[in-house]
Design a protein around this ligand. Sequence first.
Ligand SMILES: Nc1nc(=O)c2c([nH]1)NC[C@@H]1CN(c3ccc(C(=O)N[C@@H](CCC(=O)O)C(=O)O)cc3)C=[N+]21
Length: 309
Amino acid sequence: MSTSDSRYLRGGPVAQRIIDSVRVAAAEARNEGFPPKLVSITVGDVDAVDVYVRNQRAKAGLAGIDFEERRFPADVTARELEAAIHGMNADPRVTGIIIQRPVPSHIPVKALQSAVHPLKDVEGMHPASIGNIVYNQLDLAPCTAAASVELLKETGLDLKGLEVVVVGHSEIVGKPIAFLLMSEGATVTVCHHMTRSLAVHARRADALFVAVGKPRLIKADMVKPGAAVIDIGINAETLPDGTSRIVGDVDTESVKEVASWITPVPGGVGPITVAILLRNTMVALNRQRELYRASYAVGDQPQGRIAAE
Ligand SMILES: Nc1nc(=O)c2c([nH]1)NC[C@@H]1CN(c3ccc(C(=O)N[C@@H](CCC(=O)O)C(=O)O)cc3)C=[N+]21
């Protein structure tokens, strides 16, 4: 099948739709005195992060969200990072903070994530935010997980009672996907590196999500005919001629002959991930405005109102 085949679940159009609605909301908020601004924190140099940040900057520009990148050297201390985050928490001009993963091993990423004020946690990774998705409050979820579920919904499959298998149980992707899908009524099995027979589980899935970072882990004989396959892997592969390209965790060439829907890599989940981050920034902004209204019980103006009256 060619890339125009309808079995390919392409992320571009979905991302565009989300960005279009974010653009309208962001312009409105800006007019009302609340310009949305996203701050990205990167520690050290990681290629996968660079692609992500580059796309964040570009798409934030299209959506009318201000974007600032804060880069820290790999040898920065956890205390220095926490101090920087506390500064951003206190800065009313900062709407959202995203800590790009991975961070160097001497930095405890969980403590860092917890330092971000929950109202500014646009990644949905603060323990309080993760708690929300357990309690079925789904409007702000970890971006890659939310993006993957958004793409499954494009198939039109009814999620209620759907047999879903998630391969990978990371905090940032696999676990949140499982919670989001449980909330939507799916029957969810989560597999990971200790699972005895991955193929037996995977073959039962009407929808198969894969996020483990192993190129071509999923082959055609592990997929149920007619299934939807959502490939979340991003792996760099060096070709014999020395050039490199990005491949997912699914052996797309063979699996596409069995599956009814499959996400390409690149061009699948990735573009939607960025769009969801921007949508989350607007959700965070609205929560902050809500708190502002409730706290001051004045018109929705950012400053000067009380003094002027
Ligand atoms: N806290 C945190 N959350 C993340 O979600 C997170 C992270 N850290 N660290 C890095 C990885 C990587 N990641 C990508 C997201 C989108 C694209 C993306 O837009 N890809 C496009 C374009 C690729 C290209 O331009 O070459 C595509 O797949 O078509 C790539 C990579 C999110 N991650």
